[in-house]
Write a new protein. Structure first.
Length: 279
């Protein structure tokens, strides 16, 4: 009987601290200039290599929002799985779905990392990662990145870590294509030159934008309530992440972030609220 081995990998939430839409290619893909960080909170993948074929089981708070038979995790696994191999994969889905925090892309990236370790295979080239999703390459890196183009141009920002955030999601999913379709402008100014150190970072970030925020609010007005709640509970900056509907607040320290998260949770018990830190 073949022996089985167990592996696990985390899939942290991806937060776009700034997201500037700077153009659109002839093939319809939008060009972005974005500042991306990853948090200590996210999904988890567990895998045992045994039997034949791929089997995906989904649990966790947001399991019901996903289809275990048609899932980006399976597509990622198929890129890596040797012939005659098998795996049982369990996704613990802790992050809201279609929420602007890269849940599906983070899960796919975690699956690629898992498969590379389990089957001792090289990771797929950038083009294959992009075929899974434009956020998959940045999620493969799992550290603060300056992301440009359609997601393929990445530069690490090693000084940008340890930010205290509160994430708030009102429990409503938004499809990214729907938000892009509502954009009034597709060619906007890129981000200002990034700082070289953390000094003055909050002031710099406050001058940047999420160019998708207004379009998302027009489709889902409660996003504005999430932003107001974060601002009203002490956030230095409150902004939407990605294409929504999750918003983040930047706080001075863990204590103020956790206090704000508790207060917002009491104020809006139907919302998903988490205090976390970037790594």
């Amino acid at each position: 009987m073949a022996t089985s081995s167990a592996f696990h990998e985390t899939a942290p939430a991806k937060v776009n601290l700034a997201l500037h839409v700077t153009g659109r290619r002839n093939d319809g893909y939008h060009l972005l200039d974005s500042l991306v960080v990853f948090t200590d909170y996210g999904d988890r993948l567990d895998m045992t290599t045994e039997g034949y074929g791929l089997h995906l089981h989904i649990g966790g708070a947001f399991a019901q929002a996903l289809d275990a038979h048609d899932n980006i995790i399976l597509r990622a696994a198929r890129l890596m799985m040797p012939e005659d191999a098998g795996a049982n994969i369990t996704l613990t889905k802790n992050l809201p779905v279609a929420a602007g925090i890269g849940g599906g892309s983070a899960d796919a990236a975690a699956m690629l990392r898992l498969a590379a370790r389990a089957w001792k295979r090289p990771l797929p080239k950038l083009a294959k990662q992009l075929e899974l999703g434009s956020d998959v390459p940045v999620c493969m890196r799992n550290t603060a990145q300056h992301m440009r183009g359609i997601g393929e141009n990445l530069a690490e920002l090693p000084w940008l870590k340890g930010l205290h955030l509160v994430l708030v999601n009102p429990g409503i999913a938004l499809r990214t294509p729907d938000v892009f379709a509502r954009l009034s402008l597709h060619e906007n100014a890129p981000m200002a030159a990034l700082p070289k150190t953390a000094r003055g970072f909050a002031n710099w970030l406050g001058q940047q934008r999420n160019d998708m925020q207004s379009a998302a609010v027009s489709l889902c007005p409660v996003i504005a309530d999430c932003l107001a709640a974060l601002g009203g509970h002490g956030a230095q900056i409150a902004r939407m992440s990605g294409s929504g509907t999750t918003c983040f607040g930047l706080f001075d320290d863990a204590y103020t972030a956790e206090a704000a998260a508790r207060a917002i949770d009491l104020m809006a018990p139907g919302w998903w609220v988490r205090a976390t830190q970037t790594h």
